[in-house]
Design a protein around this ligand. Structure first.
Ligand SMILES: C[S@@+](CC[C@H](N)C(=O)[O-])C[C@H]1O[C@@H](n2cnc3c(N)ncnc32)[C@H](O)[C@@H]1O
Length: 252
């Protein structure tokens, strides 16, 4: 299986600049979902360059950003120093083997990463384990509806071999409930997606990017209706979806 660190170690700087990952509208969306509180100890799993952790930081006591790729955390540390953010810690680790004791965190957040995790049930079991009872978790990840997922799956796998699978929102709810969470809110929202920037974030070679654009543009039937690809001034735009989920670990 491809190592996710091979994908992200070479593009760390792109993720502290990416329009999607740094957008204040998108970060506010996570805050609205996670509802951080002043005294919270928060965990941001697969923090990357820390965009979500930095959004949480002003509203909580402390945020730990965890990621498996050292170069992404180096970039997060650089940004923290540049912005003088003092209530963040950066920890190397795997979402499926968290280096924390049971019932440690008041808030668990993960954004734009579970589609890389090889074992969703194991990652959710870890999320559940480290969260305190009666506390909340926010999950944000790509979640295209079927059949558009089948088209995007091919594109995602070739864009970044560390992609595993994007769950639909119904699949998310089933897995979260099986892990013991109570799902308080689960919805999908669609974005107008800048294909070129998406490819550039992962430094995809121009030839492959052009080939993958054709995969989206050649979609047909219901998938095409869902993706509604459009060329604007020679650049491809299409629909892209994320699941926004708030879930609670029931009280002890
Ligand atoms: C798109 S970036 C994360 C974006 C970030 N959460 C944000 O909101 O801006 C995906 C990150 O997931 C991390 N990652 C992938 N698999 C992981 C795992 N099993 N455990 C921890 N981090 C992982 C990668 O190293 C990468 O930094």
């Amino acid at each position: 299986m491809p190592d996710v660190r091979d994908s992200f170690s070479r593009v760390a700087a792109n993720y502290s600049k990416s329009t999607f990952h740094t957008s204040s509208v998108r970060l506010q969306e996570v805050l609205d979902l996670a509802r951080p509180k002043r005294g919270d100890l928060a965990l941001d799993v697969a923090t990357g360059t820390g965009n979500t952790a930095f959004a949480l930081a002003p509203y909580v006591r402390r945020v730990i950003g965890l990621d498996v790729t050292r170069e992404m955390l180096d970039e997060a540390r650089r940004v923290a120093a540049e912005r003088d953010v003092v209530n963040t810690d950066w920890v190397i680790g795997d979402a499926s083997h968290l280096p924390f004791q049971d019932d440690t965190f008041d808030l668990y957040v993960v954004r734009a990463a579970p589609h890389h995790f090889p074992d969703i049930d194991r990652f959710l079991a870890e999320a559940y384990r480290v969260l305190k009872p009666d506390r909340d978790a926010a999950f944000v990840d790509c979640a295209p509806p079927l059949p558009a997922r089948d088209v995007l799956h091919e594109v995602e796998m070739r864009r970044d071999p560390s992609h595993v699978l994007s769950l639909t929102v119904d699949e998310w709810v089933a897995r979260l409930e099986a892990a013991g969470f109570e799902v308080e809110m689960a919805e999908v929202r669609e974005l107008d997606w800048n294909y070129e920037e998406w490819m550039n974030n992962m430094a995809v070679a121009a030839e492959l990017a052009a080939e993958l654009a054709q995969v989206i543009d050649a979609s047909s039937g219901e998938a095409r209706t869902q993706l509604h690809p459009e060329w604007r001034e020679g650049k491809l735009w299409h629909a892209y979806w994320h699941a926004l989920i708030r879930a609670r670990k029931p009280g002890g």
